[in-house]
Design a protein around this ligand. Sequence first.
Ligand code: SF4
Length: 235
Amino acid sequence: MDISYTRYRIYRECPEKYKYLFEDGRRIPLDGRASFGLSLHRVLETWLRGADCSLESLQDALRSRWLSVGYPDEASESRAYAKAERVLARFHGEESSRRTRLIGAEKEFAWPLGRHEVRGMIDRIDQLPDGAYELVDYKTGPSVPTPAQVADDLQLRFYALGAKRGLGIDAAVLTVDCVAAGKRVSVPYDPSGEEALTADIVAAADGIEAGEFSARTRYCPRCDFRAECPHSTAK
Ligand code: SF4
């Protein structure tokens, strides 16, 4: 089977939730916060892949890639749009002074793992002035992780493994770029956990393939199915 980071993460959190989403085809409607984050990712992808690095072209990308879904009313959406303009103006200023070379935005990777295929899309890969590679994940919420949290970030570690196996790129630095908060947190990448992560991805893919969808309740309080799921501990 093809296993992406999202499928892997959700299966690890709760196989029952995985079943709702990926076997039964249930959908979670976007709320304003998720819609805002998705819009910013779409805008940055379009702009970073384009040839025009002006602020005007970034604003054009915002107009063309903005998603209006998920907001309770027009006023909320207008506030979110104005915030996106402010966030992107600051991002543009920082980007202009960056000394890294962009290798890819929304860069896809795929690599065979036994009878499975591991796939993903990395928000951004940069090459630093000394030639080392940096993997960047854009976050659009208000919180800023600590360096220890970035070093332990499962998504970035999944992507570092994917970059190595699927693209032949050895990451030296992992960065969470909190674009809305205007902060970047970077740490050196430690590949020592790759073997354990690989084994865990195989275990998840095997479990999905075998139809093992028993419930895990640790994340019930933040699960979108908590009101209706018979195993929920957070009704
Ligand atoms: S409510 Fe709890 S047990 Fe049910 S799907 Fe969500 S996380 Fe799993």
